[in-house]
Design a protein around this ligand. Sequence first.
Ligand SMILES: Nc1ncnc2c1ncn2[C@@H]1O[C@H](COP(=O)(O)OP(=O)(O)O)[C@@H](O)[C@H]1O
Ligand SMILES: Cc1cn([C@H]2C[C@H](O)[C@@H](COP(=O)(O)OP(=O)(O)O)O2)c(=O)[nH]c1=O
Length: 420
Amino acid sequence: MARNLTRQLALWSARVFAAHPDRTEPIYFALSGEHPVYQENAFLSSRRIFSNANVYSIHITTENRFLRERIHSMLQTHLLSVLPGNCALIQLVSFLPNQNRSVIPGFIVQDFQRKEETEIILKDMAKINECLLCSYKKSEGADLWQQSIWCATEGAEVKGSAHYIIPAAKPAAHVSVLNIDSVVFHCFEDAYAALQECKESIPEAKEILHLADQSPRHMQRSNFPVIVIEGLDATGKTTLTKSLQETLKGTLLRSPPPQLSHWRDQFDSQPAVIRRAFYALGNYITAAVIARESEKAPVIVDRYWPSTTAYAIATEVVGEKENLPSLYSKVYQWPTDLLKPDLVVVLMVSPEERIRRLQERGQVKTQEEKELEENNLFRERVDEVYKRIEGSICKIIDANCPKEEVLQQVLHLISQYCRL
Ligand SMILES: Nc1ncnc2c1ncn2[C@@H]1O[C@H](COP(=O)(O)OP(=O)(O)O)[C@@H](O)[C@H]1O
Ligand SMILES: Cc1cn([C@H]2C[C@H](O)[C@@H](COP(=O)(O)OP(=O)(O)O)O2)c(=O)[nH]c1=O
């Protein structure tokens, strides 16, 4: 049996499972080797999943983060097309409470017609993708269910794996937070390793790794100040950075740097771990240019590490900003091996003003309008991460005012925090 699978099975019964049958709160359940005491109310939610159907779950156990996301999205498309009618697919994640990187994604399959072919399809699919398949059986008499594990690589049921399903409490930290280390990189080596994991399937990754290899490392800013401008789209970064460049007679840079621009669409459509590693390495490549340019003139940078972190976290975490990693989490700390600017200015505008500016640019997408509510939450999460990064070098300003006023506010901050 593969080593990672043996390890995961050893801890399997300690896992908590979160099923998302619809857009409401997930249903949490856990496993017990002992016959539980049945209480109707406590078991109501698991009845929603397990009664009236043959139920299976499929778990993507590979430890390669890139493959895990790829298999997950591929399985979803494939299952929806090959499973017999009257089957329902429910998103499922399992995790070890409070253990980072313990999240295993997967699905629950409910077969309301109880067809034999469903099990055959699932067993084949689990075998091809080296996934773990579980089946759920009702125990005699009571409204209790048992989970048994089918190990595809072994082609057999794992002996002694049957466990009762018991209700579990909602975890203190949101599940998505347990996976945050996969998308927020704390050093160059972590981001580099993530791209290496996928270089055989995505040849462009080799080119990014090559560019990163060629960039000098551990660079420091030089004589002139380095000022980073941050904020959501349409908050006025381009407008402000141009004015600053003119006023300070500075050099304007952006992250990702121009030599990565033509790969951006390609990496934006990859699994999150790869997309975020691309942006993270982009920062290290930009850092080398910042160091060089700050020998000659002030440097203004349009987006940098705070964007990488804010967008990675806000995309990974779902729902309210309360679900974000806690205030004191390491994810909000500047990586010690990445050039730090003198000042980061985050532009914040009200949602109404931002929409007005987007409309002026002709950029409020129909899809965006349709998902306005989720977009509002996303915007709130991005701004909240910026606030949590805020500290000695990171300042938030109200950018709802006219362009000239925004510029004056920022020049004032520069005079306070930078040596010109
Ligand atoms: N302070 C401001 N007040 C009003 N409109 C602004 C202001 N700053 C920028 N804009 C306008 O808002 C739009 C988005 O600005 P832009 O600088 O392109 O934002 P970003 O680079 O953050 O996406 C542009 O049409 C710009 O002219
Ligand atoms: C720099 C950066 C941008 N992004 C996202 C933020 C934006 O939604 C998107 C486009 O950024 P950008 O090209 O800077 O657009 P704009 O000038 O309109 O702000 O890319 C990341 O997700 N991570 C990053 O590290």
